[in-house]
Design a protein around this ligand. Structure first.
Ligand SMILES: C[S@@+](CC[C@H](N)C(=O)[O-])C[C@H]1O[C@@H](n2cnc3c(N)ncnc32)[C@H](O)[C@@H]1O
Length: 240
């Protein structure tokens, strides 16, 4: 598993404020949640709380969940709230509690085995009220596997310069999986530190993700296709 959410959690937090457009992301979820009249929500893979603070500020009854305590510690400080719990998304144990469950930031990519995906989706199903709403994003396998070029990101935060060089490589052990090798170089004034990180991520074909959803009791309302991602809006079937 990657170090990005444990020993490098602070670097993640500093860097991703520039990598993701959290205002735009929040607007996206907010529009869907309002359309479906969802008030009580669970965000899985909430990370360092960048969306949490927006959900809470806008009056949602919010709970954030993440695997890594290091991310949750940052979230609790940032948001000044304890509306977070540590849990693996494969082991959810809520009973019909939420109007909506979201897996944000394509966090389900870290669950690379079929059984893990099934366990996650079943847990989401049990967590939702009848007709509850499930929203999540995944990487799209064709788009990802079409282009494995290396890429470099350079971020400046306060006086810190963060450089990350990423290389992707096919892996295919448990599905449309690939390894992401990242080299971080962090210059903090006069000191430079370097870290290597590696993790395995999973992408999905459209048919695959639709089959997982059918098997776990969801009806897809909308599937939004972008170049390398899908976002899925699905409803819980009440009888499975
Ligand atoms: C790309 S980050 C996204 C974080 C946040 N949604 C954001 O947009 O900044 C992926 C998150 O998924 C979490 N994660 C990875 N595997 C997980 C698992 N099995 N259960 C719960 N969270 C997990 C990581 O700790 C990390 O915070």
């Amino acid at each position: 598993m990657t170090q990005l959410y444990s020993t490098l959690a602070n670097i993640y937090h500093e860097m991703y404020q520039y990598v993701f457009d959290y205002d735009k992301e929040f607007e996206f979820y907010d529009t869907i949640l309002k359309r479906h009249n969802c008030k009580k929500i669970l965000e899985i893979g909430c990370g360092s709380g960048m969306l949490a603070r927006r959900f809470l500020r806008n009056g949602y009854d919010y709970l954030g969940l993440d695997l890594f305590n290091e991310m949750l510690e940052i979230a609790r400080l940032e948001v000044n709230s304890d509306k977070f719990i540590q849990c693996d998304m494969r082991n959810l144990s809520f009973q019909k509690q939420f109007d909506s469950v979201m897996i944000t930031g394509r966090s389900i990519s870290y669950v690379i085995e079929n059984q893990g995906i099934i366990d996650t989706l079943k847990g989401v199903h049990e967590s939702l009220v009848d007709n509850g709403l499930f929203v999540f994003g995944v990487f799209e396998a064709n788009g990802i596997f079409d282009n494995f070029d290396d890429f470099e990101q350079n971020i400046e935060h306060d006086n810190k310069k963060i450089k990350r060089i990423s290389k992707l490589k096919m892996n295919l052990t448990t599905g449309w999986t690939y390894d992401w090798f990242a080299k971080y170089s962090i210059n903090d004034g006069d000191k430079t530190s370097e870290f290597d990180d590696v993790t395995t991520l999973r992408a999905f074909t459209k048919d695959e993700i639709l089959l997982f959803l059918k098997l776990t009791g969801f009806t897809v309302e909308e599937l939004i296709e972008e170049k390398k991602t899908f976002t899925i809006i699905a409803k819980k079937n009440n009888c499975v």
